[in-house]
Write a protein that binds this ligand. Sequence first.
Ligand SMILES: Nc1ncnc2c1ncn2[C@@H]1O[C@H](COP(=O)(O)OP(=O)(O)OP(=O)(O)O)[C@@H](O)[C@H]1O
Ligand SMILES: [Mg+2]
Length: 279
Amino acid sequence: MIEIHGLVHRFGEPPDLTEALRGIDLSIGEGEFVALLGPNGCGKTTLAKHLNALLLPTEGEVRVDGLSTSDPAELWEIRRRVGMVFQDPDRQMVASVVEEEVAFGPENLGVPPEEIRRRIGWALEALGIEALRRAEPNLLSGGQKQRVAIASVLVMEPRYLVMDEPTAMLDPLGRREVLRAVHDLRSNLGLTVLYVTHHMEEVLQADRVVALRDGRVALQGPPSEVFSRVEELRSLGLDIPSHLELAWRLRAAGLDLPDGLVGEESLAQAILGRWRELR
Ligand SMILES: Nc1ncnc2c1ncn2[C@@H]1O[C@H](COP(=O)(O)OP(=O)(O)OP(=O)(O)O)[C@@H](O)[C@H]1O
Ligand SMILES: [Mg+2]
């Protein structure tokens, strides 16, 4: 599990000091899918980078399976356990063929070639891109590139996947491909995921939604609960998905809808049910 205690992060020195994180306490349990939201500049990327020691705490502590990111002796083990995927897939690519790209990390660690081949096959299959094994990364779509980037992380056999707006640069199809791949990895491999996004419709299937504001946790809970707190979300500058906005308005207008609905289909069924009763 990942445990964050009293995490403060400051960039720079006065007078150019930015306090990006102002005391974060958060645990992420084994197998959990946590979505991290919040307005621009609230500290999402800073927090994500702490999870694999790309940044170190100014105050407080981050522990991955009990290993402290502040302990230099644990650095490599922490980086192996926590895989990071960033926004721009192009900036994560180094090789000219997909399988070389994916082999890069384990080759650097001296993993035997036979084992690397096994892991590549497994990772490409897990992401539904076996057919791209010999393809040139430059020629792939955004969604395919991002899945190659995820495969490159997967071959390191991490327990945690930290993704910082992995779909921000993708078209709707690419976004759906990547999101589906992430959910598959999580259910098939039991990976623990921290998923940073601005797209509200991507967090409906998360176990927990955490929203930051000004370097602090402003709101957290399961999506069904968080998305019923419409006023608070608005005050954070976050949009709620249009179907949940509709549900909120209907409830405000007096329609008795059950709580805890987050899917479009289940909501549509509930509305239809009420409409039939009232007719
Ligand atoms: N390397 C840096 N040096 C100085 N200040 C920084 C640095 N990186 C981030 N900051 C500042 O820290 C704060 C948090 O930034 P961060 O990138 O974590 O926000 P974010 O929530 O990821 O924003 P976005 O939604 O735009 O990606 C911002 O005020 C930002 O300007
Ligand atoms: Mg960011």
